[in-house]
Ligand binder design. Structure first.
Ligand code: GLC
Length: 554
């Protein structure tokens, strides 16, 4: 077997489940999920059939960006538990054959991190850990002058903050409390390598790297008439730095994933081809922008299925041809719930909640399930901006109005786009707090959790959850799903996405109708039904509303 085949059978047989720790399960009644809460639900996860748990950051943090502002990479925030709780979780997961994937936020630290605090105190060693740039000699707190570049922060506003005591600016591509580390400094890379080794000694076998393609910034601080992201996304020394991190951290060959912001196909092939010794797979987000008019997240439009199909075709076929590896996902803690967004949860909640995973889980790559997705959880039913907690939602509620929208329009956009849409707590049952907590949940659950919840769905063999369980089991059973070639087909309708997987003499055909109307199907009458989201086979040659169906020839 070639290196690529070996990798396909390793990565292609795994399914990752993402846990947003503050919203998964609360063991101590403070309304915020925690590590013992996760441990208490391991049987639920083992029963679903997943292999790895990606757990979002639980390290000490002021929580300005819900833990993505890390103040200490090698400790546990008391909000989420203790190191003993972590060790318990790791041991109990391991006993069930489940690995832990930890979230490494290495582009920036919290400004509360000791390194940044020492930098603020003027220590040159730590000033060199961050992107500090001298301000003009006559700069003052009231009039600091122009920042070094006009780059925009991802959370709105300019990406530089002036520090009067130092007469310097520092770069923050995210919140002002998230200062970008200087990866050009080898001492920084050495520190981060140590963090990876620390967690591996605790039994961690997998890592997710937050916005890791942003870590190499260009020399000379260029500006132009854009928001600046093309200067530092897939930046000039990114491959060298990833290889260095992999070597220092001793993580080559592990199941790793890099979150790649505004990336390119060619870069992602390089990030994930085993010959590069960088990462096992990447998250790219192009397919989650097919409902952004002109690339603008904070405006609404219907998803463009033609563009979606083209993106899948390109990324599936070309990553395979280039020896790369994809992750497969519709949602995470930064995305609104995909069934509300790409489907029709009013008229076809079950069908659209099962069509989406049918479409991706049978592709070539490694599927990710974001907590609650397997229940068909929808977006929130919030009616006012005060109910939201996310820093980005509040910033953009204001910015959208500054751009000329009324408060009602701004609310409608935030309601459809907020990261809190995917962040509200997991519904374990239909009671008031969904048995997520015995206290008051940090973010309210929508009323529909009365019927969209784990308890109800575990008792129902036709539930969305049971469907996910079958999809996961199919991946484990079928080498064609793990390692087969992939080819996109020209479906008979522009609302349908269809593709074929092939391994030796086995062929799988997947067809998904992304619409509430009947659409023509490709011929598959002589194939054996593998999985489908309608109970009866229906009429030959027709896909019903939001029908997803896969056939196999073997
Ligand atoms: C990633 C995380 C997101 C966070 C950002 C900054 O995109 O997924 O939640 O806000 O990085 O760390």
């Amino acid at each position: 077997m070639s290196v690529l085949d070996d990798r396909a059978s390793f990565l292609g047989s795994k399914v990752v489940y993402q846990i947003y720790v503050r919203s998964f399960c609360d063991s101590d009644g403070d309304g915020i999920g925690d590590l013992p809460g996760i441990t208490s639900k391991l049987d639920y996860l083992a029963d679903l059939g997943v292999d790895y748990l990606w757990i979002t950051p639980f390290y000490p943090s002021p929580q300005n960006d819900n833990g993505y502002d890390v103040a200490d990479y090698c400790a546990i925030d008391p909000l989420f538990g203790t190191m003993d709780d972590f060790d318990q979780l790791a041991a109990q997961a391991d006993a069930r054959g489940i690995g832990l994937m930890l979230d490494m936020v290495f582009n920036h630290t919290s400004t509360s991190h000791e390194w940044f605090q020492r930098a603020l105190a003027g220590d040159p060693k730590y000033l060199a850990y961050y992107k500090f740039v001298d301000a003009a000699p006559d700069a003052t707190a009231d009039d600091p002058g122009e920042p070094p570049t006009n780059w925009e922060s991802k959370f709105g506003g300019n990406a530089w903050e002036y520090v009067p005591a130092l007469n310097k600016w520092y770069l923050h591509l995210f919140d002002v409390s998230q200062a970008d580390l200087d990866w050009d400094n080898p001492e920084v890379r050495a520190e981060l390598g140590k963090v990876l080794r620390f967690w591996q000694r605790k039994g961690v076998s997998s890592f997710r790297f937050d916005v890791v393609n942003l870590v190499s910034k260009p020399a000379g601080w260029p500006s132009d008439d854009t928001d600046g992201k093309h200067f530092y996304s897939d930046g000039p020394r990114i491959h060298e730095y990833l290889q260095d991190m992999v070597r220092r951290g001793g993580i080559d060959g592990l199941l790793t994933v890099g979150e790649m912001s505004a990336t390119s196909l060619d870069s992602c092939i390089r990030y994930t081809n085993p010959e590069s010794h960088e990462l096992a797979m990447v998250f790219n987000f192009h397919h989650l922008k097919v409902d952004y008019p002109d690339g603008e997240k904070w405006e609404l439009m219907e998803p463009d299925i033609d563009v979606l199909r083209d993106l899948y075709r390109t990324w599936q076929e070309k990553m395979t041809a280039g020896g790369g590896w994809n992750s497969l996902f519709w949602s995470n803690h930064d995305q609104p719930r995909p069934n509300s967004r790409f489907g029709d949860t009013v008229n076809y909640w079950y069908e659209s909640s099962t069509l989406l995973p049918t479409c991706t889980h049978l592709m070539r790559g490694t599927p990710y399930i974001y907590q609650g997705e397997e229940l068909g959880q929808t977006i929130t039913d919030f009616t006012s901006i005060e109910q939201y907690r996310d820093v980005e939602s509040h910033n953009y509620y204001r910015i959208i109005q500054e751009r000329g929208h009324t408060p009602e329009e701004a609310f409608k956009i935030v309601h459809a786009r907020s990261r809190d849409d995917g962040r509200y707590p997991m519904a374990w049952d239909g009671s008031k707090t969904g048995r997520f907590t015995s206290g008051t949940p940090w973010l309210a659950l929508p009323a529909n959790h009365a019927w969209i919840n784990a308890e109800a769905e575990m008792a129902d063999p036709h539930s969305v959850r049971a469907y996910y369980q079958r999809l996961i089991a199919l991946r484990k059973e079928l080498p064609v799903v793990q390692a087969g070639d992939v080819r996109f087909l020209d479906a008979a309708s522009d609302k349908v996405i269809a593709y074929e997987r092939k391994l030796d003499d086995v062929r799988v055909l997947v067809q998904c109708n992304f619409s509430g109307e009947e659409q023509p199907a490709l011929a598959c009458a002589d194939g054996e039904l593998l999985i489908g989201n309608y109970d009866d086979p229906g009429e030959a040659g027709v896909l019903r509303p939001w029908e997803a169906v896969a056939h196999i020839w073997r």
